[in-house]
Write a protein of this length. Structure first.
Length: 310
């Protein structure tokens, strides 16, 4: 078993560019899972090459997006590798028809899993978010159980006292967070702090039905506290700093890039090209956004420093 701490790499190389680009799939989803997959794939390829491995295996199902994201990323980075996907093998699917068969197998073999018959849904957690889907959540009529959420508090039970912060941007990228008595500069420290304060106030919850890459519709519940705070602050900053027409072109590119990332095209030529185009548009997005975080909401007042390059 190889455990590698790639949290700071994940924030700097994937989350920060997503914030700079304003990525938002189908106007709602901040792409927490989609952004993690290319980061994980880089680690997989690194491990495979260090151990002269010729095969990579993943547990993504045949109905989901992750099989595409992992495989496209791995093939882009190392096309000579071969991939084993058990959920697409008859030998595996004939034995395990679905979630209940897997839970039974885990129980019989003393394998600890987080999913239980009392909490019949799947979770994907990383530094940016937690996603919940499948099981009882597949029916949109079923409300999410109150004990489902692990990253954010119910806004109704959030603290009565708000939190005021300043988010400092340079070229569209977060560079520091200033509170009343502390300044965060390290990217990982910034995100951990925002996750904590956002989670305490119930910020960043959504409950949506989205269109998967394969053509299926899927109901998903997401918690993205720190990402939601930064996305909203950056959006406020852009309105002040970007030329009207540049802003509109950039928004069009944002929609295209959001689709690329959702579909697993992080390392594609078109994905890299659009990211570069957006970074050029963001050259003047520099300044400070003041936020007041309170019970699931962020109230915004901008104090901007303009840096125009002529």
């Amino acid at each position: 078993v190889i455990v590698d701490d790639v949290r700071e790499q994940f924030i700097k190389e994937y989350v920060w560019p997503a914030i700079q680009s304003g990525l938002l799939y189908e106007s709602r989803y901040l792409l927490g899972t989609s952004l993690a997959r290319p980061c994980i794939s880089v680690g997989l390829i690194k491990c495979a090459k260090e151990n002269q491995a010729k095969y990579i295996s993943h547990g993504a199902t045949g109905k989901g997006n992750d099989q595409v994201r992992f495989e496209l990323s791995c093939y882009s980075l190392s096309p000579e590798l071969k991939i084993i996907a058990p959920w697409r093998l008859d030998e595996f699917t004939n034995r395990f028809q679905g979630r209940q068969d897997l839970l039974k197998y885990a129980s019989e073999n003393n394998i600890p899993v987080s999913v239980t018959p009392k909490a019949p849904w799947s979770m994907d957690a990383n530094l940016m978010h937690i996603s919940y889907e499948s099981g009882i959540l597949e029916n949109p009529n079923n409300e999410a159980p109150k004990d489902l959420y692990l990253m954010t508090k119910d806004p109704k039970s959030a603290p009565e006292e708000s939190v005021k912060i300043e988010v400092h941007f340079q070229h569209g990228l977060p560079v520091s967070i200033q509170t009343e008595n502390k300044c965060y500069i390290n990217p990982l420290d910034i995100f951990l702090f925002l996750n904590k304060v956002g989670g305490d106030h119930g910020v960043g919850r959504i409950d949506i039905v989205e269109n998967r890459f394969l053509g299926l519709k899927s109901r998903g519940i997401y918690e993205t506290p720190g990402g939601f705070i930064l996305h909203t602050a950056h959006q406020d900053m852009e309105v002040f700093c970007l030329d009207k027409e540049v802003y509109r072109v950039k928004q069009t590119l944002r929609e295209r890039l959001s689709d690329y990332i959702y579909n697993g095209f992080w390392f594609s030529p078109e994905g890299q090209y659009v990211r570069k185009c957006i970074s050029i548009a963001e050259e003047n997005v520099t300044g400070v956004v003041k936020l007041e975080i309170y019970k699931g909401n962020g109230k915004f007042d901008s104090n901007l420093i303009y840096k125009f390059q002529l």
